[in-house]
Ligand binder design. Structure first.
Ligand code: NAD
Length: 344
């Protein structure tokens, strides 16, 4: 069996490649190694850029440096594959404001090209979407004394209205990609699904401040750098460990039912930023210094996935709870401290 993973050298993509390789698949990692957000982490960008490439190469994955905007290359490399997993993206909201054309090309044209390659070769495909498509106005209450927003019901399902509130180019590109996925399934007979991921975290994540906040806090905490919170810190998410996130694609491949699915940890994995920082401090054995900054426009205050649909359709069930996942993330950071040297 053979899978092509776009964005294979990214955080989530590298976990997908690792999982399928361990399951005995031939794996092609297809990535142009851009990772624009690495320019704003403060870590040594070049080392982090190559880290996942070297990791996957050592596992026996085929490494291809190419762009999802290159439709010919995508078609050529996906020929003979049994499954396409599309994780390549411009994933950061701030970058989508600064460079909406890059966001459009990567997320809309790139996804279209992946779907078209799947259509030409008749390969099942999963597009990686995001809870961003729900917009940023989820109704939740902030209780002054509490450490997170509250909501009843806690979790939000796929039939919740999308694109509500003030939306960024990233919201639009992710939603447009989902529309194309549906078009290819409905009209062009290509079995395709979109996975709406919540916040994912884990080893090999070089978290920026607007994409990968658990890793960003963990890395800063481990290196004794101040943590920066935008807003109250009571924003809440059902965080998902990367191994569980990667397993969703394999579960889907075994029971492919086209559609749109929330992929998250669900209510049992709900945590706010300040609760996460407390957990990190507890595991590291010290209080972590935090700076508070004004809330950023477009940031979502609350999201917890209802994962019933993914569970019913293909048995998706996250296994790693936040305490275990954060402990494993911190262990990886500790073993790789040289990667996080401050870039000049
Ligand atoms: N990390 C999260 O918390 C999270 C949450 C929700 C959704 N997602 C989605 O998951 C997917 C993967 O996110 P991630 O966190 O792994 O991001 P990432 O930045 O670590 O990985 C994306 C990869 O895509 C590659 N890429 C970018 N443009 C490309 C192009 N034009 N051609 C080929 N490759 C290109 C990058 O080099 C990078 O390796 C994205 O679609 C993102 O929107 C992530």
């Amino acid at each position: 069996m053979k899978v092509l993973v776009t964005g294979g050298c990214g955080f989530l993509g590298s976990h997908v490649c690792e999982l399928f390789r361990k399951e005995g698949w031939e794996v092609i990692s297809y990535d142009n190694l851009t990772k624009y957000e690495l320019g704003r982490t403060g870590y040594g960008a070049e080392k982090t850029r190559e880290y996942n490439w070297n990791f996957l190469k050592a596992m026996g994955c085929s490494m291809v440096k190419a762009d999802v905007c290159d439709d010919e290359a995508l078609r050529d490399y996906s020929s003979g594959c049994d499954f396409l997993v599309h994780t390549a993206a411009q994933p950061a909201m701030t970058i989508s404001w600064e460079n909406p054309r890059l966001d459009f090309n990567t997320n809309v044209l790139g996804t279209f090209n992946v779907l078209d390659a799947a259509r030409v070769h008749r390969i099942p495909v999963v597009n990686t979407s995001s809870i961003h498509v729900y917009g940023n106005s989820i109704n939740a209450t902030l209780k002054e004394s509490a450490t997170s927003y509250d909501r009843d019901p806690i979790a939000i399902a796929e039939d919740h209205p999308v694109m509500v509130g003030e939306i960024s180019p990233l919201h639009a590109s992710k939603m447009s990609a989902e529309h194309y996925v549906r078009t290819f399934t409905d009209m062009l007979r290509t079995p395709a699904a979109s996975f709406r991921y919540t916040g994912i975290y884990g080893p090999r994540q070089f978290g920026g401040e607007d994409h990968g906040w658990v890793a960003n806090f963990a890395i800063r905490g481990a290196l004794d750098w101040p943590l920066r919170i935008f807003g109250t810190g009571k924003q809440a998410r059902d965080i998902l460990f990367a191994e569980d996130g990667a397993r969703a694609y394999l579960d889907y491949f075994k029971n492919p039912v086209p559609g749109v699915y929330n992929i998250g940890g669900g209510p049992a994995h709900r945590i706010s930023l300040v609760e996460c920082i407390d957990l990190l401090g507890e595991i590291l054995g010290r209080k972590l210094p935090v700076e508070f900054h004004p809330e950023r426009p477009g940031d979502m205050r609350y999201f917890v996935c209802d994962i019933t649909a993914a569970n019913k359709s293909f048995g998706f069930s996250p296994a790693v709870k936040p305490r275990e996942g954060v402990t494993r993330l911190l262990k990886w950071i500790d073993e790789n401290k040289e990667v996080f040297e401050i870039s000049s």
